[in-house]
Design a protein around this ligand. Structure first.
Ligand SMILES: [Zn+2]
Ligand SMILES: [Zn+2]
Length: 417
């Protein structure tokens, strides 16, 4: 195939059985969300570019990794790189701040970033996220984090660990920012290239650097700069989460990549992944909706979970309990009838298929072995006597039953399989 006909670099075709796992994952996430009262909001996959520019001016996504284009009408559009900004836009535009608060929402769908291609970094990836609007209380942060943990557990990773920090508010953060700049200025010569520019644009992200880890060890800790409200918010949140039996660890270097966060930032990890490897994260962003022309004070907290990353973390543990599949095989001369019987079974709610290639019985049975748990064989003298053969492929036992018993026999197999 010519290169120009191949899929774009950094993207993937999701084929079975992976597509089934993805679908299963979606169901788990949305079921969990629903249990917590978070309902699906579907925004367009593209937004007017200023929506994303406004909420993340100094972030990598906005600077380098944006898929932006001008359409034939001259409008500058961007494929959404993440869900939070789009949901915030929808919350404001639809006047959801006039609804009874809090408003609980979730989203699920493709996100786009022009990342450097590497393992598990796709330029189109799938994200599930939850957003809670309208509460400033630590209970709100707690609920969102508990939902995040519930999904992780439901997927098969028991006892996730919550790594958490508070990056303060507009009162206490500027003082911390200054202290941080003062500290890093003294060591400017030792900093990596990226940190040189972070020092000017987004100094909190200096703590995030994977290279300059030694330098940050002696950096001032934001805990000592928290104002009273930030301090009590953080402590109450830790208490709440601990009371539900969750494991919370403070990580003073956790600041998160997006610069719209206020107070709470968190990452969920799991012991099976190594202590530092985060599965995903989130936080509080009370000022976000306001930057998109929302009301003056619009508290919000949420998280975004990369689905491909989650799936790779659970790997074999993640099994899809698929429906029992039935293959209707036929003896010569019964081609059409196997299709009709398969359709009858499907109408009764079974998963059934029949041969479409005019194959011999032997070839049909071989095919059935690849894709089904049960084979129903029709034709020959049995058929004349009103009987059919059924074979349970797991133990290879074949029996003959009356045709009218077929439904009951299959139902019993399905319940016991
Ligand atoms: Zn504060
Ligand atoms: Zn660095």
């Amino acid at each position: 195939m010519r290169a120009e006909f191949q899929k774009p670099r950094g993207t993937q075709d999701v084929l079975p059985p992976m597509s089934q796992k993805m679908e299963h994952m979606r169901r788990i996430a949305l079921d969990c969300a629903q249990r917590f009262g978070y309902f699906l909001v579907e925004t367009p996959v593209f937004e007017q570019t200023p929506v994303f520019l406004r909420v993340g001016e100094s972030t990598d996504i906005v600077q380098h990794e944006r898929y932006s284009f001008t359409d034939s009408g001259g409008v500058n559009l961007t494929l959404r790189p993440e869900g939070t900004a789009a949901v915030a836009r929808a919350y404001v535009e639809n006047g959801m701040y006039n609804q009874p608060q809090p408003v609980r929402m979730c989203y699920y769908g493709p996100m786009f970033r022009r990342e450097r291609p590497q393992a598990l970094r796709y330029r189109q990836h799938t994200q599930f996220g939850a957003e809670l609007y309208g509460s400033v209380l630590p209970e709100a942060d707690a609920e969102v984090i508990l939902l995040a943990c519930a999904v992780v557990e439901e997927v098969g990773l028991a006892d996730p660990v919550i790594r958490m920090n508070s990056i303060g508010c507009s009162i206490c953060r500027p003082r911390y920012r200054e202290a941080l700049i003062r500290y890093y200025n003294q060591r400017q010569g030792e900093l990596c290239q990226d940190c040189q520019s972070r020092l000017k644009s987004n100094p909190l992200r200096l703590l995030d650097c994977k290279i300059d880890v030694d330098i940050r060890e002696n950096a001032p800790d934001i805990e000592e700069f928290w104002c009273e409200d930030c301090s009590s918010h953080y402590k109450q949140l830790v208490d709440l989460l601990s009371s539900t039996g969750r494991t919370v660890v403070r990580d003073p270097f956790l600041v998160r990549g997006l610069d719209y966060y206020t107070r709470t930032v968190f990452e969920i990890s799991h012991p099976s992944m190594g202590s530092q490897a985060a599965l995903f994260g989130g936080g509080r962003y009370d000022g976000l909706a306001t930057t998109l022309d929302g009301p003056e004070s619009t508290p919000a907290v949420g998280f975004g979970m990369g689905i491909e990353r989650m799936l790779s973390a659970v790997e074999e543990k993640f099994t899809i309990s698929s429906q029992m599949r039935i293959y209707v095989a036929h003896l010569p001369g019964f081609e059409g009838r196997s299709l009709v019987l398969a359709e009858q079974l499907r109408r009764e709610g079974f998963a059934a298929e029949s041969d479409l290639l005019g194959r011999s019985l032997k070839a049909q049975l071989r095919d059935a072995g690849r894709r089904s748990q049960v084979v129903v064989i029709i034709g020959g003298q049995e058929w004349d006597k009103g009987e059919i053969s059924v074979k349970w492929l797991q133990d290879g036992v074949q029996t003959t039953i009356k045709r009218e018993q077929l439904g009951d026999w299959l139902r019993e197999k399905r319940e016991n399989s």
